[in-house]
Design a protein around this ligand. Structure first.
Ligand code: PLP
Length: 462
C-alpha cells in the first residue's frame, strides 16, 4: 500500500474517521460501560470498527480473522446481506408486538425450527437468549414431573442467570452458588482427563454412565426433574461425547422418568456440521432442546426452547407460568427466518461439516503432531479445541483450571498480533470460525496458529 492510498472499511468509511469514532467509543466505554464477568479496572476492551464475513476490524483498523465467531454465535458470518436485509425489512413492517399476538416472523421461525429439530419437538417457546432458555426448560421440567432437583455435568456452561449459573459446571458458578438451587453436578465423559481412569472410549462411556446411574440412585430418582447436558460441551472444552454415551443418558432418563434437556445454545444451528449436535448420536431425541446464538447468528438477541409433544401437553389445559415481553420479538425472529433459510439455500451446514472433515480437523491434527505444547485437539465441524500442556506426559495444563497464565497470555497475544481473534479458555484455544468460513480462510488461520504454537512450545518442560 502506498502512503497516499486511503483505507476504506466495509462500512464504506475512511479509516481515519472510523478510528476517531472508535477512540470515542473506547473512551465512553471506559467511563460508563460495566462489563460482564470482569474486574472493571483490569480490562481494556478491543474496539471493533467493522465486521464482514469471517473478519473484524479493530480500533486501529487492523483486520483480524474471527476464529471466535465472537462468543461462538456468528455461525453465518458477520453482516450476512440476506439477514441484514431481512432485519431492515421487518423493521419497516413491524418492529415489535406483544407476545400474546401472532405475527408472521415468529410463526415462520417456529415452523422452520420445528422442521429441523429431531423427533416430535414441534412447539417453540422463544426467549431473549440461552440462559433464559435454560431457566424456562428447567421450569417446564419441574412442572411436568412435579420434582425439583436438576442434574448437570461439571465442565459445562448454561448461562449467567440464577438457575442457569447454578447449573453451570465451571468456576463462574462458584461466587453465585449458595448451595440451595437444587442442582447436583456429575462427571461427564472426557477421556483425555478421565475422571474414571478409563484408557479408551468404551470404558469412558461405560464408567461415566455407571457413575451417573449410581449418583441418581443415591440422590433419589423420584426427586430429580431434569438432566441438562450440552450435547457437545462448548466453552468447557468441546469434549465430543464418546460413542454410546448420549444414548445411555437417554436410557437412564427414561428409566427414572427424568426430563432430558439438551443445551444446544452453542453447539446448535450448524456449529458441528449438523443442525443440532445431538444428531451425531444414534438418533437420540431429547425432551427439550434449548437454543440461542446460531439461530440467527446473534444479529438480534434470541433464544428458545423446542418442546416435545408430551411436555407441551402438560400445558395444554394448564397455564404455563412464565413469559417475556420480547418472546418471539419480530426483529429477532425475522433474523432467524432469514438465517435458517440462508443456511439451507447456501448449504452452510454442509460447508461446516466439510471444513471440519477436510480442512480444519486435519490441519489441527497436523499442528498437534508438530507442536509438543499441544496435548490434544478435538472437535467436529467448525467447533474445535486445542488443549495446551506444559508436559505431554503428565498432561499438566498450560494454565490452571479456572485461571490464566503468562504462557497462555503470550500465545493469545501472538495470535492477535498475527491477525487472528481467538476464543480462549484456561489452557485452551478454540478454533471456532463461522460455518461459512472458506478453505483459504481456514488455511490462513492454521498458519497463524502454527506460529503462535511456537510460542507455546517454548513453555514446554524439557
Ligand atoms: N448454554 C451454553 C451451552 C452456552 O454456551 C451459553 C453461552 O455461551 C449459554 C447457555 C447462555 O447463553 P446466553 O449468554 O445467550 O444467555
Amino acid at each position: 500500500m502506498t502512503t497516499t492510498e486511503r483505507v476504506i472499511l466495509p462500512t464504506g468509511e475512511d479509516l481515519e474517521s472510523a478510528k476517531e469514532r472508535g477512540a470515542r467509543a473506547h473512551r465512553l466505554d471506559r467511563a460508563h460501560v460495566f462489563h460482564s464477568w470482569s474486574a472493571q479496572e483490569q480490562i481494556n476492551p478491543m474496539t471493533i470498527l467493522a465486521a464482514e464475513g469471517s473478519y473484524i476490524w479493530d480500533g486501529d483498523g487492523n483486520r483480524l480473522l474471527d476464529f471466535s465467531s465472537q462468543l461462538v454465535n456468528t455461525n453465518i458470518g458477520h453482516q450476512h446481506p440476506v439477514v441484514v436485509e431481512a432485519i431492515r425489512k421487518q423493521a419497516a413492517t413491524l418492529c415489535t408486538i406483544a407476545p400474546q399476538h401472532a405475527n408472521d416472523a415468529r410463526s415462520e421461525a417456529a415452523r422452520l425450527i420445528a422442521e429441523r429439530t429431531p423427533g416430535d419437538l414441534n412447539k417453540v417457546f422463544f426467549t431473549n437468549g440461552g440462559a433464559d432458555a435454560n431457566e424456562h426448560a428447567v421450569r417446564m421440567a419441574r412442572l411436568h414431573t412435579g420434582r425439583y432437583k436438576v442434574l448437570t455435568r461439571y465442565r459445562s456452561y448454561h448461562g449467567g442467570t440464577d438457575t442457569a449459573i447454578n447449573m453451570t459446571g465451571d468456576p463462574r458458578r462458584w461466587p453465585n452458588d449458595y448451595g440451595n438451587s437444587g442442582v447436583v453436578h456429575f462427571h461427564g465423559p472426557f477421556l483425555y482427563r478421565s475422571q474414571f481412569h478409563a484408557e479408551n472410549s468404551p470404558q469412558e462411556t461405560e464408567r461415566a454412565l455407571a457413575s451417573l446411574d449410581q449418583l441418581i440412585r443415591l440422590e433419589g430418582p423420584d426427586s430429580i426433574a431434569a438432566l441438562v447436558l450440552e450435547s457437545v460441551p462448548g466453552t468447557a472444552g468441546i469434549m465430543v461425547p464418546p460413542p454410546g454415551y448420549i444414548a445411555g443418558v437417554r436410557e437412564i432418563c427414561d428409566r427414572y422418568g427424568i426430563v432430558f434437556i439438551a443445551d444446544e445454545v452453542m453447539a446448535g444451528f450448524g456449529r458441528t456440521g449438523k443442525w443440532f449436535a445431538i444428531e451425531h448420536f444414534d438418533g437420540v431425541v431429547p425432551d427439550l432442546i434449548t437454543f440461542a446464538k446460531g439461530v440467527n447468528s446473534g444479529y438480534v438477541p434470541l433464544g428458545g426452547v423446542a418442546i416435545s409433544g408430551e411436555i407441551a401437553a402438560t400445558f395444554a389445559q394448564r397455564a404455563y407460568p412464565g413469559g417475556l415481553t420480547y418472546s418471539g420479538h419480530p426483529l429477532a425472529t425475522a433474523a432467524a427466518v432469514a438465517t435458517i433459510n440462508a443456511m439451507t439455500d447456501e448449504k452452510i451446514i454442509e460447508n461446516a461439516a466439510r471444513i471440519g472433515n477436510e480442512v480444519l480437523g486435519p490441519g489441527l491434527r497436523a499442528l498437534a503432531d508438530k507442536h509438543p505444547s499441544v496435548g490434544e485437539v478435538r472437535g467436529l465441524g467448525v467447533f474445535w479445541a486445542i488443549e495446551l500442556v506444559a508436559d505431554r506426559a503428565t498432561r499438566e495444563p498450560l494454565a490452571p483450571y479456572g485461571g490464566s497464565s503468562p504462557a497462555m497470555n503470550e500465545v493469545i497475544a501472538a495470535l492477535k498480533s498475527n491477525g487472528l481473534l481467538p476464543f480462549a479458555n484456561f489452557n485452551r484455544i478454540h478454533a471456532v470460525p463461522p460455518c461459512t468460513v472458506s478453505d483459504d480462510e481456514v488455511r490462513e488461520g492454521l498458519a497463524i496458529l502454527d506460529t503462535a504454537l511456537d510460542v507455546a512450545d517454548a513453555h514446554v518442560k524439557p
